[in-house]
Design a protein around this ligand. Structure first.
Ligand SMILES: [Ca+2]
Ligand SMILES: [Ca+2]
Length: 367
C-alpha cells in the first residue's frame, strides 16, 4: 500500500514537471487549421465541436491572418494528439462557433508546409452504418428545372449509428446536371442526433462538383440511433441537354467521431437520378420548403446594406479579410438594415447567426 502511494507521488511529480515543461514551448497556430495537418477543411470544423467551450490562454493578439501565430499550449489535446489551443482559431482563449468557425471559412482549402492529408476510414456497406440519401425519397424521374429534396440518413434499424457526435462529408454532383451553388442543406429539424438543437454545421462549396459539409454537436454528449440528420435539396439545371439519361449524387470522404474524437467507419452512398427527356412533364412533386441563406443587398455595397433572413437574426457582424470585427449588432428581427462604417474598397465578410445556424456571406465594398 505504502509502496503504491510512493509510486503514485513519484508519478504525479513526474507528470506535473513534464506538463510544466511542455507548457513552456509555444505552439505555432495557423488560424483555421485546427488539426494542424497543413490544410483547412471540414475536418477542422468537426474539431470545434470536440473542444467546444473549452478555455485556455488567449494569444497575444487576436488575429486570424493566414500566418503562424504563437500560442501557449492549453491543458489537453484532441484524440490525435493535437493541442486544444489549435481549436481557438481567433485566439481569444475560448473555442466557440461564432468566432472560431469564421477563420475556417475564410481560409478554407489553404495549406501551409507539408500537408498530411486527412484520412477516411472505409466503411463497408451492410456491415458498418451508412450515411446515405434516402433512396425512397428520390424522384423516379426528373426534368430540367426541377427541385427535389433528399433526407440524409445516418444508420438504419438494422445497423444503427452508435456513440455519434459529429460528421464531416462531401457531396459530389455532376455539374452538367446540378449547379453546386443551388444545392442547399437544412439541418434545422430535430432528429435522433439533434433532439435538442445542440449542433453547429458548415457548408463549403469547394468546386462545381463538390460541397463539403461539417456537422457536430457541442455539448460533449454523444447520441445513438438511426434515420435523418438533415436534408439536402437540389435543382436540376434548366437547360439540361445531354444524351446521358441519368446522373449521380454521391456522399463520400466521410469522417464520423464520438465525443472524444475516436473515429467510426461509416459507408458512403451513390444515388443515380434518372432524367426524363420529355420536358413536357410537369415537375410538381417532391418540392419541400428549404431554408435559404440570408439575403444581403446591395452587394457590392457602398453606404448601407440590408439583410433579410428566414428566421430572426440573433447576431450580425462584419469583418475585414484579416478577421477584424468592424460592426456587431443583435437585431432580433428577420430584417435589418444599417449604414456602413467608413470602409476601404475590398472584400469583407458578414456573419449572420439565426436560429437555423450561422451563415457567412462575402460582401464587396466599393468606394
Ligand atoms: Ca486541418
Ligand atoms: Ca476562440
Amino acid at each position: 500500500m505504502e509502496e503504491n502511494m510512493k509510486r503514485l507521488i513519484i508519478y504525479l511529480i513526474f507528470a506535473l514537471t513534464n506538463s510544466a515543461a511542455l507548457q513552456g514551448q509555444p505552439l505555432e497556430v495557423w488560424p483555421g487549421d485546427v488539426t494542424n495537418n497543413g490544410v483547412v477543411n471540414n475536418i477542422d470544423f468537426l474539431h470545434l465541436g470536440l473542444a467546444y467551450n473549452y478555455v485556455g490562454p488567449a494569444r497575444d493578439s487576436i488575429n486570424v491572418n493566414w500566418q503562424p501565430l504563437q500560442a501557449s499550449p492549453w491543458n489537453g489535446q484532441f484524440a490525435n494528439g493535437v493541442n486544444y489551443a489549435y481549436g481557438d482559431c481567433n485566439g481569444d482563449g475560448i473555442v466557440n462557433y461564432f468566432y472560431d468557425a469564421f477563420p475556417i471559412y475564410v481560409h478554407y482549402g489553404k495549406t501551409h508546409g507539408p500537408v498530411a492529408p486527412d484520412t477516411y476510414p472505409a466503411g463497408l456497406p451492410g456491415i458498418d452504418p451508412a450515411l446515405e440519401f434516402d433512396p425512397n425519397a428520390a424522384p423516379a424521374q426528373v426534368v430540367g428545372g426541377q427541385q427535389f429534396s433528399l433526407p440524409i440518413l445516418l444508420g438504419s434499424p438494422a445497423i444503427p449509428m452508435e456513440d455519434f457526435y459529429g460528421v464531416a462529408f462531401s457531396v459530389l454532383v455532376d455539374p452538367d446536371f446540378v449547379d453546386t451553388d443551388q444545392v442547399d442543406f437544412d439541418f434545422s429539424a430535430a432528429s435522433w442526433a439533434n433532439p435538442d438543437n445542440d449542433r453547429i454545421f458548415s457548408i463549403n462549396r469547394v468546386s462545381d462538383r463538390r460541397i463539403d459539409v461539417g456537422w457536430v454537436r457541442t455539448d460533449h454528449n454523444e447520441k445513438s440511433g438511426y434515420g435523418p440528420i438533415g436534408e439536402a435539396s437540389f435543382i436540376v439545371i434548366d437547360d439540361v441537354v445531354s444524351v446521358q439519361q441519368s446522373f449521380m449524387i454521391r456522399i463520400d470522404s466521410i469522417k464520423v467521431y464520438d465525443r472524444f474524437g475516436n473515429e467510426a467507419a461509416v459507408a458512403g452512398d451513390t444515388l443515380w437520378i434518372n432524367v426524363t427527356p420529355d420536358s413536357q412533364i410537369n415537375a410538381t412533386h417532391t418540392i419541400f420548403p428549404t431554408r435559404k441563406a440570408p439575403r444581403v443587398s446591395p452587394n457590392p455595397a457602398s453606404e448601407s446594406i440590408g439583410i433579410e433572413a428566414d428566421d430572426p437574426i440573433r447576431l450580425l457582424s462584419l469583418h475585414d479579410a484579416s478577421g477584424r470585427n468592424l460592426l456587431q449588432v443583435r437585431p432580433d428581427d428577420r430584417r435589418y438594415s444599417c449604414r456602413l462604417p467608413e470602409l476601404r474598397a475590398g472584400l469583407y465578410f458578414l456573419q449572420i447567426q439565426t436560429d437555423t445556424g450561422l451563415f457567412f456571406q462575402k460582401i464587396a465594398i466599393r468606394p
